[in-house]
Design a binder for this molecule. Sequence first.
Ligand SMILES: Cc1cc2nc3c(=O)[nH]c(=O)nc-3n(C[C@H](O)[C@H](O)[C@H](O)COP(=O)(O)OP(=O)(O)OC[C@H]3O[C@@H](n4cnc5c(N)ncnc54)[C@H](O)[C@@H]3O)c2cc1C
Length: 294
Amino acid sequence: MYPIFAYGSEEQRRRWLPKLAAGEAVGCFGLTEPDFGSNPAGMRTVARRTPSGWVLNGTKMWITNGTISDVSVVWAKTRGAGPDGEPSGDRGDAEGPIRGFLVERGAKGFSAPEMHRKHSLRASVTSELVLDDCEVPADALLPNVKGLKGPLGCLTQARYGIAWGAVGSAMACYDAAARYSRERIQFGKPIGAFQLTQAKLADMLTEITKAQLLAWHLGRLKDAGTMRPAQVSLAKRNNVRIALEIAREARTVLGANGITSEYPVMRHANTYEGTHEIHTLVLGQDITGIPAYE
Ligand SMILES: Cc1cc2nc3c(=O)[nH]c(=O)nc-3n(C[C@H](O)[C@H](O)[C@H](O)COP(=O)(O)OP(=O)(O)OC[C@H]3O[C@@H](n4cnc5c(N)ncnc54)[C@H](O)[C@@H]3O)c2cc1C
């Protein structure tokens, strides 16, 4: 919803936001490509301006809800368009900025096959978006943003949500480990009676509490309108890291059961919305002023 809310025309907002908010329509966000994940600036998806609209070509990958979406936000490099997206014969095939497009289900040349065999984030559908001479009308363009700051601005919002979501994953793992530690008997007593198990649970609870406070404070900054992308990176990076560590630790408490799908531990080991390394570099740049991506 955020790209349409922040960058869409009044007409696009009216058409999609009420339905998306009510859950009557599903949307997805197509940025990542097979060869460009952490480095979306290299994307190969292209939108070529025609007299009547746009023709999109390219492939997106790892797109949450792609297969079931009514509308897909697709980010593409533009060609043959003037500064406002109008056809521009005199600019020929020159490369323009990255722009966002609303591609509706059923658009000619568009398909969204589901990706299978995921071990984590199994509650949501993950998809490819295939754009093969996909034709969309001129007003499919999101008019109010140009360049990489468009998708990156959306990621800041989504990653704020991930900072909270990771805490939920950590809590589920902690919960499963704490319950199991009271029930599983070894050497004649619950494994929760061993000091080593108690230390694991105490560490998990401490990290979860710290992560909750971090996300809560970030929420206060967001409410105040002062939240910065580097602060989101700090919280998302920390909370996902502790969630992964807690999943690993919970797996040890559960013994062999820890690797089964009977318990909610393995499925919580996941990476998305930017990797740990990239958020480290975002923070490093914010601290030193020096980008270290290349
Ligand atoms: C379940 C799931 C859902 C997703 N949903 C969406 C979605 O809805 N929309 C969307 O657009 N994308 C989505 N993604 C994609 C996700 O954002 C990417 O996986 C992520 O950006 C990383 O890209 P990559 O997997 O290509 O890894 P790569 O970029 O290939 O990175 C591989 C490794 O190299 C490291 N690396 C890369 N560059 C550097 C560097 N400069 N310095 C140090 N280390 C580096 C990375 O940190 C990582 O460890 C989803 C992914 C998953 C798993």
